[in-house]
Ligand binder design. Sequence first.
Ligand SMILES: [Zn+2]
Length: 385
Amino acid sequence: MAERTGPSGGLGAPAERNDPGAVRIGSIGGVDVMVRTSWLLVAALIAYLVAPQLQEVAPGLGGLRYVAGVAFAVLLTLSLLLHEISHALMAKRYGIHVRSITLHFIGGVTAIDGEPANAKQEFAISAVGPVTSLAIGGAALGLYQVTPDGLLSWVVGGLAGANIVVGVLNLVPGLPLDGGRVLRAAVWKVTGNPHRATSVSGWAGRGVALLMFASPLLLAAAGVPLDFVDYLLAVVFGWFLWSAATSAIVSAKIRSRLPALQARALARRTVTLPDDLPVTEGMRQATEAQAGAIVTLDSSGQARGVVNETAAAAIPVERRPWVTLDAVSRGIDPGLTLSADLAGEGLIRAMQQQPATEYLLVEADGAIFGVLSTADVDAAFSATG
Ligand SMILES: [Zn+2]
């Protein structure tokens, strides 16, 4: 699967999330490869489940059958890793940054920063994963035909079956599966609207989740004998698919609203004042100019800071004549100076890189345009819903 990361939580939230349950095991092509600790549990479970079959095909193994089982689980994981690497390399080919590949209990996720530029890229990045799994499965199947019966043939056959199943299941057209991304590419191509395409594939994903919930009942009605574990697995996978499809729908809704956010339109009218002016005088002049923000200038006339509204208001009225604007300002770091032309996702990304309450907006030639308040962006974002 290939997961897009982007604005999904609060607008002021930093983009990076820590994942304490994951361990970095290396990197491929500059992409971190992580393994979730839950994978160990699954490897142990796989070893336990295949041990009796290994005992049957290679009776001499004895206790070593568990070691062989773990080795099989590792090979299986490596083949899933190739699936994820194919997503990552295709995304990188289009110049899209790939943050990490995480292997977890039911496969892996490739975290991709940013969006494909068009439907064709989306199609290539998502389709290459299942194609890779089917190619591995096909190659293993060919090898299986010429391998003499025994332990090796069992392992090769197992890898063939697992990769073909992974390839086919991932082609089911509903998010978060790769097939959902392929469907998204198709809807995007037809409608020209990437957000509607996400929404459609998200709803398709919810349909797939419902089918997953209902699958044991359908199988039972068809006379297939099932036990409790089958029902449990259907609920676990169904819930996983449902929640991922739902978050895709929510994120499509958020993203479709982002282009309405334009830094220039949201900027506060701004006055520029000397940084050694008392707070009282600064506030008086800002009110007189009907300005919502104050930018301070140093003695040479260079922009020095942005007055923090909250900090200024917190100074008791009787002390304001004795406090300078500089004391209630935040210095202008490079990250706090944004282009007035920023809009939509570009604006949100720039703000997330250096979370703050106020930013200085400048023109291309460096001239001060105004001040952008994070609170105003949040309010405008909520209002567009
Ligand atoms: Zn995939």
